[in-house]
Design a protein around this ligand. Structure first.
Ligand SMILES: [Zn+2]
Length: 178
């Protein structure tokens, strides 16, 4: 595992760097975790907190003028149910994640010397898998106590679904510019 040499440095401030020259000898396994500090994810949803590491177990290989990443991403989110407000843990699992990163052309990825920072790509796709409307269990119908006798607040919550989705996309647009 070529990540072993990273162990000497503080693990909670390390981006995921891939030395692309190392791929000349064949696929490289990348396994570890990205800390919440490294991910710097704002969830845009007070019901979802991304305060635990993102685990990854990936194979990276050259595919023509691209780097192909394949493997598993997973992350635990601390959520509050949108209906009953109960706290629960939601596991984001991307067991068959893959990503193609061009090394040439207009979309090519940015390199620092011979290293590519893979952190933004893992962050983006994990972020897309966050629950839009977290529920403690499928079909939870319990209304939060504080809305009893006051349907107005509940309505506002329901109506806010679409704008929050739109802001997720604008957030991603901003990330692409980085
Ligand atoms: Zn619930």
């Amino acid at each position: 595992m070529n990540l072993a040499k990273r162990a000497a440095r503080a693990p909670d401030t390390m981006p995921l760097l891939l030395n692309i020259e190392s791929l000349a000898n064949g696929p490289v396994r990348l396994k570890g975790e990205l800390s919440p500090e490294e991910l710097d994810m704002e969830t845009l949803d007070e019901l979802v907190k991304a305060n635990e590491p993102l685990d990854y177990d990936l194979m990276a290989e050259r595919a023509g003028d691209n780097i192909l990443l394949r493997g598993r991403l997973s992350m635990r989110l601390q959520c509050e149910c949108a209906r009953c407000l109960q706290a629960f843990v939601h596991g984001v699992e991307l067991p068959d994640w893959s990503c193609l990163l061009p090394l040439a052309g207009e979309e090519k990825i940015e390199l620092t010397n011979v290293s590519a920072d893979l952190t933004p790509y893992l962050r983006e796709d994990t972020f897309l898998a966050f629950p839009q409307h977290p529920l403690c269990e499928t079909g939870c119908n319990e209304s939060p106590k504080w809305t009893e006798g006051d349907g107005k607040q509940l309505k506002i919550k329901e109506a806010s679904d679409e704008p929050s989705e739109a802001s997720v996309w604008s957030k991603l647009d901003n990330m692409n510019l980085e």
